[in-house]
Design a protein around this ligand. Structure first.
Ligand code: 6PG
Length: 449
């Protein structure tokens, strides 16, 4: 275990991860501009916490080799702190970026620091405030083989499920890549749940009924954290009013979903469920003034059908995210084991659920996202339900961007009747781009005249 760690960034995540480290016996030395903030926070620590308002004194105070954890906003702020610290740290020191940095920035920061012989780890941290305090999922990316003392410390603070929720990956940006995709899946799961909530609402269910529906999903939908909190949210009242009914239907985002989509475009991987969930948030802020009253759904959708639809869309989103990770791994030759990623997300993080262990069984040892015959056969058994749900929601004009994207994705990647032969023909017709024929390995131009 490390004896001490230097911490820059005392926001919600920084403070809570520091409390978690402190509980495990690690002395926290922290830099902040405000002595008042340091003094206030110190009161929450039962073990040693030493605050500094002078960056040089802070760095000077750390034992060699120095280890500094950054929990600051991603982008410019992280870059600035890294540059300032790099001027003060001696060779062999270590900076761990535990913020939500874009993986490309972490690759750049790793390179910048390695030129100064300073070690760098890009570490994705998931689990929100409670996770940081009591056991987050940690996604660690580094070019180094980690020192035992550091590895033990990270293991000690990480969530424990059937497995330790600490993933260690090759490359300074890989931990943040995996965290970014985690967030993309998080967006899709959240929107899938929100769409099921909207359907239930339009089936005229009460908030108690809806809460019961979500709490009944433990078996079929595999004890998902996001589904469990949805059930709780639906029950919460202020006086005699449900809180959920008092909240504006406008969803913000801090950008990790957008970065997941940008990255998927750059890597040529299709993640339509994740993309639709991001678009749904954007559309919630860009509403048109025309509002059309809509009638309630006038026919029955069974609990089983909704439950199957929820499961179907969650699995599709998860597989799309794993395909993105797999493509990144192949392109960068990082040899990421999908099984490790599934273990990494098994506890502590926002998308934790037994679905991860179910997928792990399906993956076996082959690490191949394109060869998931068992899970695809389970999905095809659920397809009739999601298809029926979407027929009814279409008839009653209930928006279901993610449920629809998931079904269309599944149909398009599994259909024997893909119409892209027509796309090839059209491209060759107007642009002489050539076509590939089924029985030939040569690309040829067709004489369309
Ligand atoms: C986590 C979360 C977290 C994320 C927030 C807000 O894994 O703990 O993903 O990292 O930043 O949930 O994200 P958005 O503002 O983009 O929804």
């Amino acid at each position: 275990m490390l004896n001490e760690i230097g911490l820059v960034g005392l926001g919600v995540m920084g403070k809570n991860i520091a409390l978690n480290l402190s509980d495990k016996g690690v002395t926290i030395k922290s830099f902040n501009d405000s002595m008042k903030k340091l003094d206030d926070i110190k009161k929450e620590f039962s073990n040693e916490f030493i605050g500094y308002t002078n960056l040089e004194e802070f760095v000077e105070s750390l034992e060699t080799p120095k280890t500094i954890l950054l929990m600051v906003p991603s982008g410019k702020a992280t870059k600035e702190v890294i540059e300032k610290l790099a001027d003060l740290l001696e060779e062999g020191s270590m900076i761990i970026d535990g913020g939500n940095s874009f993986y490309v920035d972490s690759i750049d920061n790793g390179k910048y620091l390695s030129e100064k012989s300073i070690h760098f780890i890009g570490m994705g941290v998931s689990g929100g405030e409670d996770g940081a305090r009591n056991g987050p999922a940690l996604m660690v990316g580094s070019d180094l083989s980690l020192e035992t003392s550091l590895l033990d410390t990270l293991k000690n603070i990480a969530a424990k499920s059937e497995v330790e929720c600490l993933g260690v990956y090759q490359g300074p940006g890989t931990g943040h890549f995996i965290k970014m995709v985690h967030n993309g899946i998080e967006y899709a799961e959240m929107q899938t749940i929100a769409e099921i909530y909207l359907i239930l609402k339009n089936l005229n269910k009460t908030n108690e009924d809806m809460s019961n529906f979500f709490s009944s999903q433990t078996e079929k939908n595999k004890s998902s954290y996001l589904i469990e909190i949805t059930s709780e949210i639906l029950q919460k009242k202020d006086g005699d009013k449900f809180i959920i009914d008092q909240i504006k239907p406008v969803a913000q985002n801090k950008g990790t979903g957008r970065l997941t989509i940008q990255t998927s475009l750059a890597l040529n991987v299709s993640i339509p469920s994740i993309a639709a969930s991001y678009d749904a948030r954007v559309q919630s802020s860009n509403q048109y003034t025309t509002k059309i009253n809509q009638e309630l759904i006038g026919e029955d959708i069974s609990t089983k059908e909704l439950s199957d639809a929820l499961y179907f869309s969650r699995v599709c989103s998860m597989i799309q995210g794993l395909e993105l990770i797999s493509k990144f791994s192949i392109d960068e030759n990082h040899k990421i084991s999908i099984l490790d990623v599934l273990d990494n997300w098994r506890g502590g993080c926002i998308i934790r659920s037994n679905l991860l262990s179910e997928l792990k069984k399906e993956f076996g040892e082959n690490n191949d996202v394109f060869n998931l015959n068992n899970i695809f056969s389970t999905l095809s058994k659920n397809r009739a339900s999601i298809s029926k749900v979407l027929q009814i929601t279409t008839k009653y004009n209930i928006p279901t961007p993610v449920l629809s994207a998931s079904l269309n994705w599944f149909n398009n990647v599994t259909s024997v009747d893909n119409p892209s032969n027509m796309i090839q023909a059209q491209r060759d017709f107007f642009g002489r781009h050539k076509v590939q024929l089924i029985d030939s390995s040569n690309d040829i131009n067709i004489d369309w005249d």
